[in-house]
Design a protein around this ligand. Structure first.
Ligand code: ATP
Ligand code: MG
Length: 463
């Protein structure tokens, strides 16, 4: 007999009255000497199916291994449920235990663990309701991202994870080497000789696929990347990981306005997709953690984002009369407290800030006429702060080179990037969305460590 998933059993009235087989893990067992109830979950939905054991058919001893966390296969009649809160249940006829879970040793024996505790058992936390919900939503969002771009005719481009360029400056990098770190080969001046390393040069894990994305966009027109990104961020904030996933669309012939339009349409699409396809999981997280979740998600989907310049934003902050931990004036990089003030207190809407001072943004951003600002855009969200960072790119070779020289950026390994400006350069734009920041927003979780299955942060890489 073929196993039916719990999600199907619970949502297919036509199955009622038929014999079914389910497989999964026991969440709880309770009852008395006449009847026992097992809540069975198989990960296909946050909802459990109730399995009813008539104790005339089974002995106490037989049911003994069915403790929280144990796994089993059960066959029986699917019937409409008398009890509240469930549509149908299985009247067990026959079952087989796959694996027991010693109640004295199983860490999830009891409910109600803190998220901090669960982080220390990240290998088991997917079995909790919370992480089941988060991981299903994460999966749905990943699918929505591909769906959105594929439907628009964007091509999925895989950019390298190992890179020899360290010019982007988006974050501190992890070095990749096969040299003996305790005794590396050295040149005459005593410096490590990277020509003897695996790639014949110094290499690192990528902090962004953008520069290679631009190579794709200036050939295929519109591309997006979706892959792992590594930053040796020693910041230990609830919004930074050392290993995270980033989506980076890059589009030929898009100016900054086209770029903003795309970013806004894109995040709204993803959030709407989750609302439409993950209702049970979102409802669960809302009840458990964040009473305003659905309302906030709908609000973002249904409202235009505010668009204003960095300069106007700073003016609002200066005139707010609010005491910020980090003082703010024209030229400072905005901290998350500033971003959240604009979004949560001033506008009460997502905000897209543009035209940042060139000093605080990357070298490749298109320079404005004023000589002071660049065509950057950051999308700022309630609860999260920056969720997207992007820009129109400087397509003019001379202007780009002037900026590179001004900043003393080591370009010797990046001649290939400059070729996009030497051969058939075009206006183009792109942005990066931190996948986990989106998952944070949609799930209402507050720590980025709780929206990725196996978080990598300073001092933590166990599971
Ligand atoms: P922040 O100011 O928050 O550090 P950033 O300016 O370094 O962000 P970008 O280089 O523009 O970010 O990267 C694009 C997007 O990647 C950001 O908008 C954010 O969503 C995400 N992101 C950046 N750093 C991290 C990180 N360490 N962990 C998770 N997501 C990140
Ligand atoms: Mg950063």
């Amino acid at each position: 007999m073929k196993r039916t998933k719990v999600s199907t059993l619970l949502s297919t009235p036509a199955l009622i009255g038929t014999e079914v087989e389910a497989k999964g893990w026991v969440r709880t067992r309770r009852g008395n000497k006449h009847v026992q109830f097992v809540q069975l979950n198989d990960g296909s939905t946050i909802n459990n199916i109730q399995v009813v054991f008539d104790m005339n058919l089974f002995s106490e001893d037989q049911l003994k291994p069915l403790t929280t966390g144990s796994s089993l296969r059960v066959k029986g009649l699917l019937v409409e449920s008398q009890g509240k809160g469930q549509t149908c249940e299985i009247q067990a006829k026959e079952f087989e235990v796959y694996g027991s879970a010693d109640p004295l040793a199983y860490p999830l024996q009891k409910k109600g663990h803190t998220l901090e505790f669960l982080r220390d058992i990240a290998h088991l936390r997917p079995r909790t309701n919370t992480f089941g919900a988060v991981l299903r939503i994460r999966s749905a969002l990943a699918f929505a991202i591909h769906k959105f771009f594929q439907e628009k005719g964007f091509y999925y481009l895989n950019t390298p994870l190992i890179t020899a360029s360290d010019a982007e400056g988006a974050g501190a990098m992890f070095q990749v080497t096969t040299l003996d770190v305790e005794n590396p080969p050295r040149d005459e001046e005593g410096r490590v000789d990277y020509s003897a390393d695996f790639f014949g040069k110094h290499t690192s894990l990528t902090v962004s696929g953008q520069l290679e994305g631009e190579l794709g966009a200036t050939a295929l027109g519109e591309i997006y990347t979706f892959g792992p990104t590594f930053r040796a961020e020693n910041s230990n904030t609830p919004r930074h990981l050392a290993e995270f996933w980033m989506i980076e669309p890059e589009m030929a012939f898009y100016d900054i306005t086209d770029n903003m339009d795309l970013a806004e349409e894109f995040v709204k699409y993803c959030i709407k997709y989750a609302l439409d396809n993950c209702a049970d999981d979102i409802r669960f997280l809302e009840q458990m953690y964040d009473k305003g979740l659905t309302e906030r998600l709908n609000f973002v989907v249904n409202n235009d984002f505010i668009r204003l310049s960095y300069g106007e934003g700073v003016k609002i902050l200066e005139e707010s009369g609010k005491k910020f931990e980090f003082p703010v004036h024209w030229g400072t990089d905005l901290q998350s407290e500033h971003e959240r003030y604009l979004v949560e207190e001033h506008f009460k809407k997502p905000v897209i800030l543009t035209d940042y001072p060139k000093e605080i943004k990357a070298f490749y951003m298109k320079q404005n006429e004023d000589g002071k600002t660049v065509r950057a855009m950051d999308v700022l969200f309630p609860h999260i702060g920056e969720i997207i960072g992007g820009s129109e790119r400087e397509e003019n070779y001379d202007k780009l080179m002037a900026r590179i020289e001004e900043l003393h950026i080591p370009m010797k390994d990046m001649w290939w990037y400059l070729d996009t400006r030497r051969f058939g350069t075009v206006p183009h734009s792109g942005f990066g969305l931190g996948f986990e920041r989106l998952v944070l927003f949609v799930t209402g979780m507050t720590n980025i460590r709780d929206v990725i299955p196996f978080p990598r942060t300073p001092g933590k890489a166990e599971f």
